[in-house]
Design a protein around this ligand. Sequence first.
Ligand SMILES: *Cc1c(COP(=O)(O)O)cnc(C)c1O
Length: 455
Amino acid sequence: MHDDAAPRMHAVTTENEAVVDLVLEYSRNRLTSRDVPLDKPMSPAELRRLALPAITEDGIGAAKALAVFEHVLAPACITTDHPRYLSFIPSAPSKAAAAFDIVVSASALYGGSWLEGAGAVHAENEVLRWLADEFGLPSGAGGVFVQGGTLGNLSALVAARDHARGLGRSPDRWVVVCSAEAHSSIASAARVMDVDVVAVAPDAGGVLRAEGVRAALDEHGDRVFAVVATAGSTNFGIVDDVRGIAGVTTARGVWLHVDGAYGLAAMLSPRRRGLFAGVEHADSVIVDPHKWLFAPFDACALIYRAPEHARRAHTQHAEYLDTLTETTDWSPSDFAAHLTRRPRGLPTWFSLATYGAGAYRVAIDAAIDLAEQVGAVVEQRPELALVRPPQLSVVVFERVGWSRADYDAWSARLLDRQLAFVTPSSHGGRPNARFAIVNPRTTLEDLTSILDTMR
Ligand SMILES: *Cc1c(COP(=O)(O)O)cnc(C)c1O
């Protein structure tokens, strides 16, 4: 190692100013480019061949490293905010949110404790408060931005079980009740927590109803520490009967968690608000701003009705943390299974402040409209059939007569020709195609041109 390694890396020198300029210039170009290609993955062998080793004892320099990123690595990453990226749940950060993410990095902000990050935490809490109001949660509600919905669900369920233990319950096994169509992260949380999942069959339309939840509670009684209602299933964008389910959980004194990682954003749309009646009764909710609230990866807003339950479940204690844990300050670390954290809610704060909440409602409505429109086109085409009518912005449909291999070949062709990224999905053992729409730059023409390739 060079003796001057640290000063060289950290000092404000002409060399480092040039490094910063180079990176900001690249970022500026990426953020203001009108036609970033869709791109596609490469094999490990190809990448090994093209991306020559960058890590050497003396460094290859910023210009060379950035060139490797720009010409080899970035093209091997699918552009998740491309308007014809329609797989999984796409990403569509607003310009303000994406740009402000750079500021969060540049400012070396620490978002774990009030002591260190009061200003950042204040702004994040402003966003959480706004969301809590939209969801009808009481004034005491609060929480934290965590990495993603998986960690949000896990943290909420840990708080729920801790709450049940606090009520003096100690069953032989703990049980979480959810829909059979709930997201895989619920099962993942249950594995981590070593608890059992009771998956209740939804109705034919994919909606988990109160009756199913009531029957599960009758059967499993005191073992049940939480019921999860999905507010916008990932596969179909279908919202469970939250109001009906909340009636049951309230009557039985069971924690209600609403997993709205993708779909709860649609509660901001006056058009779909009614679907989410009952969310105001939730003990905890999540929504991922990196999905349908136009934030960059990664951010999940986790909100508790009564945050003190989460604080009791999650606060880490250690001698070196005493200064933090012996105060009543609002420290985001205390509300989930994490400690060090980036204040990842700030891009959303800046974007909301820049454009206003109304712009969010308009952008969310646009995706819902588009899903409705493309659903109608699917219904008109004899070779296509909707699997279920879209409720939010996910459209699932079949190409009559196609096998899984046909869908796979079609999907690979679309990506190969850089037309679109649409991965095949399936329901009830039958293969299908699925559009998940969140990007306001996606047009009906984008979607119909993809449908044209299925003729
Ligand atoms: C995406 C999703 C999750 C998981 O969120 P991540 O941010 O990917 O961890 C959980 N639940 C639902 C309903 C989702 O759509």
